[in-house]
Ligand binder design. Sequence first.
Ligand code: ATP
Ligand code: MG
Length: 454
Amino acid sequence: MTEDKMRRSESALPVQVVGLLSTIEEHGYEAYVVGGAVRDLLLGESPEDYDVTTSATPEEVQMIFGEKACHLTGLSHGTITVVIDHYPIEVTTFRVESTYSDARHPDEVHFTRSLQEDVKRRDFTINAMAMDARGNILDYCGGKEDLERGIIRTVGDPKQRFEEDALRILRALRFASEHGFAIEDETAREILAQKQALTRLSAERIWKEFSRLICGMYCVPILRRYFDVFTVFIPELAPMQGFDQRNPHHIYDVWEHTLVSVISVQPELILRLTMLLHDVGKPACFTTDEDGVGHFLGHMQISAEMADAILRRLKVDNETRETTVLLIKAHDVAMTPVSIRIIRRRLAQYGETNLRRLLEVKRADTMAHSPKSAYRLIELNHFEELLDKVLEEKMCFSFDELAITGKDLIRIGMKPGVGIGQVKKQLLNEVIDGQLQNEKEILLARAQELRKTL
Ligand code: ATP
Ligand code: MG
C-alpha cells in the first residue's frame, strides 16, 4: 500500500463530507470517501457525488447521526443516505461479496471491518482508492499508478471479475471512452472473450452505461476496437462494418463513416445516438446502377425504423427515442437553395431546437463524406446565419405566430370543424411563401376567398 501523506486535499472535499467522515471517526470507526470521487479528485475534476465507506454497520451509522438525518434507501446493501446540511451522502458499510452465480448479483453480501477487503470487490483499480478526512489516499490495488498512466485494469483476475458481473465489461469501455484511458491487455482480452454474457443483463443497466459511453470524448477508438462487444446488444450494427458504399461521395465504409460522424457532433446524447444510427439501414437498401455506383434509396426511412426498434429494445426514454428517430428520418432533407422561404418551411416542420440539431447532424454527416462534399458545409453555415436572422426578426413561421386564430374565422361566419383547419393551413403556407403579409385584415380577406373553394 502507498499512503500518500503529501497529498492533502482537505479543501478538495466539501465541508459536509469532511464533517461526516470526522464524526464517524470520533465514534471510533473508520470512514473514507471511496470510488469515483477519489478518482475524479486526483484527476483534478470535481466529483458529482461522494460515496463514503465505513467500518461502522448501518445500525451504528444510524446511532451516530440519529434517525432523522438517515434515509434507509439501500439498507439491504448496507447503504444509508445521511443528510448533512441538506447535502445527501451515501454511506455504505465495508462489504465483501461472495459468489455470483448469475453474472449479475452477488449471492450474498457480508459486512467486514476491513477497508482492504472492501476495495477488493470494486471493479477497477482507479475506482478502488479511498481518501480520509485529511485527504490521505489509501491505495491497496495500485490505482494511483494506473490513474497516472491512464490505464483501466480490473481489481484482481479479469476473467473472474467479468464472470462475476458482466456489466463491468461495459463499465470498462465507458471509463475508457470518458477519460481516453487504455485498457490493460489482459482486461481487454477478457472483455472480448466474455462479451456474450452481456445478453444476460437488463436493458436498463446496459443503457445506463452505453448512453454515457457514446457521449465520451474518446468514444470512437472504443467503438471501433470493441465493435464486436456492441453488436452483442445491437446486432443491427454488424453489417455496417466494411460495407463498401461504392459511391464517389464516400471515402469510408458505412461503419467508418458513422464513426467520423459520431465524433463530429457535440457530446449530447440525442446527437450522438442519431449519428450512430443514422445509416444503420444502409446495408439493407443497397443497390448499384448500371455504372456500378452504389445507391441507398429510402435509407433514411429504414434507418429510422430500425433505430426505433433498437431504442425500444434498449428501453430508452420516449423523448430521446422519438427525437432521435425524427432526426434520422430527416437527416437527408434538403436545406438548399438557402432562402428565407425554405428556412420558414423547415422551422414550421421541425421547430427551432430540432432544426438546429438537424443542422448539426447534416454538418457531421457531410464531414464524414469525401472532401468533395465540403462546399455543403458552407451552405449549411449560410442556412444557419439566415436562420438566426429569421428568428431575430421574428418572421412568422407557425400557427402560433399567424395573425389570426380559429376564433377570428368563426367570427366571419365559418363553422367550427375541419374547414377552419384547412383554411388556416393554407394561410400559413401562403405567409411562409411570402405571398401574403401576416396581417389580420389581409388574412381575413384571403380567408373569405378560401372558404368559397371548400
Ligand atoms: P461515475 O462517477 O463516473 O459514475 P463511479 O466510479 O462513481 O463513476 P458508480 O457507478 O457511481 O461509478 O460506482 C461507484 C463505485 O462503486 C465505483 O467507483 C466502484 O468502486 C464501485 N462499483 C460500481 N459498480 C461496480 C461493479 N459493477 N462492480 C464492482 N464495483 C463497482
Ligand atoms: Mg459515482
